[in-house]
Design a protein around this ligand. Structure first.
Ligand code: DX5
Ligand code: ZN
Length: 224
């Protein structure tokens, strides 16, 4: 039994007190910083770009897990590396030559992730899963924090886990959107490895305790 990787999303942080919030995550039991980049084209919102990511990187003592919600993500791979990304995920719906993009991310020394929207079937990953280090499965429509979890995600997560095991891959399953004390245990039972949590952590009266409670949940154990 393993504990999940917890990745608080700084989209829900207080940007006027970013250093304070980054240092809170440093002190917490969280493993990664989830960094959401939105371009106002791929998703109907604009979050922030390189200067803010660099500011997070300056104070962060844990890896940055960067989720690109942008069109033509292949144009900016090196820039995100230079801004401190350790894991870089691009959307399958935004990358025409996804295989090439993943190789380019790895060539820069980062872990390569594929993000999928709620409408994209798990089967679309069949021929790319062996090349991915992580799948960022959206459990809300990307663009905003604090949205309602889409229940269909449990079945998709279980199907993806099955595909990963079948292909003998080490790919991690990350769930992004609407993670809380109700959804997290069911996601872990369905095979999730990484839990992103924005609103649940940052709107909590005790974010450190909230992160700790997620970290204490038990991960999936494969029954051979
Ligand atoms: C949504 C982002 C998420 C978001 C999750 O487009 O990709 O990472 O911050 O937020 P919560 O946990 O508030 O649903
Ligand atoms: Zn995200």
């Amino acid at each position: 039994m393993s504990s999940p990787i917890i990745a608080p999303s700084i989209l829900s942080a207080d940007f006027a007190n970013l250093q304070r919030d980054v240092e809170m995550i440093n002190r917490s039991e969280a493993d990664w910083f989830h960094v959401d980049i939105m371009d106002g084209v791929f998703v109907p919102n604009i979050s922030f770009g390189f200067p803010v990511q660099k500011a997070v990187q300056k104070h962060a003592t844990k890896p940055l897990d960067v989720h690109l919600m942008i069109v033509q993500p292949e144009r900016y791979i090196k820039d995100f590396k230079d801004a401190g990304a350790a894991v870089l995920s691009v959307h399958i719906e935004a990358s025409t030559h996804l295989h090439r993009t993943l190789q380019a991310i790895k060539a820069e020394g980062m872990k390569a992730g594929v993000a999928i929207n709620p409408h994209t079937p798990v089967s679309a990953l069949e021929d790319i899963i062996a090349d991915a280090d992580l799948v960022c499965m959206m459990s809300v429509n990307p663009g905003f924090g604090g949205q309602k979890f889409i229940e269909r995600t449990y079945a998709k997560c279980a199907a993806l886990k099955e595909m990963i095991l079948k292909q003998n891959s080490n790919c991690l399953i990350e769930i992004d959107g609407g993670v809380n004390e109700i959804t997290a245990p069911k996601l872990l039972a369905a095979g999730a490895d990484v839990l992103v949590a924005g609103n649940y952590v940052f709107s909590s009266s005790d974010p450190l305790a909230t992160i700790s409670s997620l970290k204490k949940l038990t991960g999936y154990t494969h029954q051979a």
